[in-house]
Design a protein around this ligand. Structure first.
Ligand code: HEM
Length: 214
């Protein structure tokens, strides 16, 4: 069988003719063209064939994993996984990540991830929230996330030694609120107690000087 090969140059992307069949092509093509970032990476470094897109690799049939994901997510219905369960998926062919308390099955995205698959693999078995945020992912990247979301991580199952890093956004905001609330309570108490303390001091001084004079 003759394989048609063509190199996809970044400058070609916006001009590419997108027919119905091509709308199912890898999302990294569209992401890259819309965000304008990470072009070099998306176009070679992480692709085993050196960035050469084949006619087959662009077709829906050649990428069966692309559709089952959304189906899987649709059926996931907010499933809650234990940390241990999530940690089991730590392979290039089966890779789950925890970002902001949610669990993402990024297996079908490994090769397409503009940042490369190695960075994703480096984030398994821990909370990848900080790593994800530090990169400064664009809104386009964040819009991609829901389709890879398979559920949430049960915060109670996270090992204690990891809890400083594995904090969900909810938990973080809850603890922030608690700290703010207790600081506010102390300030109010101090405001109320201060005049009483001053009065007591003045009274004591007055008594002391009267006693001295007598
Ligand atoms: C579901 C999870 C993720 C999705 C959907 C995603 C998606 C993307 C996308 C679309 C880009 C292109 C730039 C942009 O639009 O922001 C990108 C770049 C990148 N991502 Fe991710 N990403 C994910 C998780 C992660 C994680 C956990 C890391 C860990 C460090 C990471 C590291 C990077 C790096 C290093 C780049 C390249 C940045 C650059 O060269 O400017 N990504 N990602």
């Amino acid at each position: 069988m003759t394989r048609v090969r063509h190199r996809v140059e970044p400058r070609d992307l916006p001009r590419r003719q997108v027919n119905k069949r091509e709308t199912a092509a890898p999302q990294w093509l569209y992401l890259v063209s819309s965000s304008g970032r990470c072009r070099s990476r998306a176009h070679g470094i992480n692709r085993p064939n050196g960035g050469i897109a084949t006619a087959e690799s662009s077709s829906l049939e050649a990428r069966p994993a692309a559709r089952p994901v959304s189906l899987k997510v649709a059926m996931a219905g907010g499933k809650v996984y234990s940390f241990e369960e999530v940690r089991k998926h730590s392979d290039r062919k089966d890779c789950w990540l925890i970002i902001a308390g949610k669990v993402y099955d990024v297996t079908p995205f490994m090769e397409e991830h503009p940042g490369g698959d190695e960075v994703l693999l480096a984030c398994v078995g821990k909370d990848a929230t900080a790593d994800f945020e530090d990169i400064g992912h664009t809104d386009s990247a964040k819009e991609l996330m829901p389709q890879y979301c398979v559920g949430e991580v049960d915060a109670a199952t996270i090992p204690a030694k990891l809890t400083h890093a594995v904090v969900t956004k909810d938990a973080a905001s809850r603890s922030e609120k608690t700290t703010t609330a207790s600081a506010g309570t102390w300030a109010t108490l101090l405001q109320l107690a201060l005049p009483v303390l001053l009065l007591a001091l003045a009274f004591a001084l007055q008594n002391y000087s009267r006693a001295k004079a007598a």
